[in-house]
Design a protein around this ligand. Structure first.
Ligand code: SF4
Ligand code: SF4
Length: 344
């Protein structure tokens, strides 16, 4: 049975306090699980969309970073570009947002490169995927500390580690494969016929006529056209991937992201919002802070967070996140059964 290490945290605790609690959990996990730390360890983080105020703050990780440095271990922040057009679509602008949000302590790696197309294919035997496209830089590390903000998501429900693994490790192509039927669609009314999408299409799949047309047979689903379109006329096909189908894709990508690796997962169940940190505007907390969780099992840690969330609410209302975790367990990503350990 997996162990999930947990400390409650009071509402609006300082970053210093949260950093101290994180370090306590980290030391407990490393010691209890005989975790042999390597000399280079990245923190998989989410820098928060511009305008968001509830993402995990860099100060939460300071204690662990200093601890690693004291052991001569080199820490990094690592993240991938987003699928949609925004401030975090390219490496250059993404790093700018990260620095503006205070992630300036340690070097930043954008794992899928300047335009989100630097990826490796990981083979799995999934129902939805046989190959998952993961940011190539992740292959340079066998240990990663996956720092997740536990919160809601329109399609996947409430969760932390699995969403961070599944979506957060995927290159742009991988994100598109999970989110849609891979082929983008064009909103004619927003298109200014500039041809930038066709210039950037690696498969020559965009035919420029009166309006650009995507050739479905040639399209690779790389999403470059979505990223470069100056008006946002090229869109993600959200409607083709709702509910359980999306959750299964997410879980299979999560499986690929951690295959043959040894990760430590932290879920910060603080500033819990109904939508994810990609929303570029302030969101309201919908419940008091639950605390910080740590584990080496991504299924157990998310399940433990959902249990506590349900307990606080007094009813089982968050079903969608549990569907994802049941499927994740079925494909061997982890176990739902856990033992909650509270370090003294
Ligand atoms: S998703 Fe990629 S391959 Fe498909 S049309 Fe857009 S740029 Fe071309
Ligand atoms: S880049 Fe966007 S605006 Fe320009 S032609 Fe393509 S879809 Fe239209």
């Amino acid at each position: 049975m997996a162990k999930v290490y947990y400390c409650p945290v009071e509402n609006s605790s300082s970053e210093e306090k949260i950093s101290g609690v994180s370090l306590k959990l980290f030391k407990e996990l490393v010691s209890e699980e005989n975790f042999d730390l390597e000399n280079k360890i990245p923190f998989k983080v989410h820098f928060g969309e511009k305008g968001s105020v509830t993402y995990n703050r860099p100060g939460y990780y300071k204690g662990i970073i200093e601890f690693l440095r004291s052991r001569k271990i080199e820490p990094f922040f690592i993240e991938t570009n987003v699928l949609y057009r925004g401030e975090r679509t390219t490496e250059e602008t993404h790093k700018k947002v990260a620095l503006e949000h205070g992630f300036d302590d340690i070097p930043i790696i954008i794992a899928d490169g300047e335009k989100g197309d630097y990826s490796v294919g990981i083979q799995i035997d999934g129902k939805r995927f046989k190959t998952c496209k993961i940011g190539a830089e992740f292959s340079n590390f066998s240990q990663i500390i996956v720092m997740s903000h536990f919160k809601g998501h329109l399609l996947a429900g409430f969760g932390g580690a699995i969403k961070n693994l599944g979506m957060g490790f995927a290159s742009r192509e991988g994100k598109l494969a999970q989110h849609s039927a891979a082929v983008p669609w064009l909103n004619f009314f927003e298109c200014k016929k500039c041809g930038v999408c066709a210039e950037n299409c690696p498969a020559d799949a965009i035919v420029l006529g009166f309006l650009p047309r995507v050739d479905r047979k040639k399209c690779l689903g790389c999403a470059s056209c979505i990223a470069v379109c100056p008006t946002g006329a090229m869109k993600i096909n959200w409607l083709s991937s709702t509910g359980r189908n999306f959750g299964e894709k997410l879980a299979e990508y999560a499986l690929a992201a951690q295959l043959n690796k040894k990760y430590i997962y932290f879920n910060y169940a603080l500033n819990i919002t109904k939508l994810c940190d990609c929303v570029g505007k302030p969101q309201k907390k919908f419940i008091d802070d639950l605390g910080i969780f740590a584990s080496t099992d991504p299924v157990a840690i998310d399940w433990a967070c959902l249990d506590l969330l349900d307990k606080r609410k007094g009813r089982k209302v968050f079903r969608r996140g549990r569907h994802v975790l049941k499927y994740a367990e079925e494909i061997g990503l982890g176990k739902r059964e856990y033992e909650l350990v509270s370090p003294t």
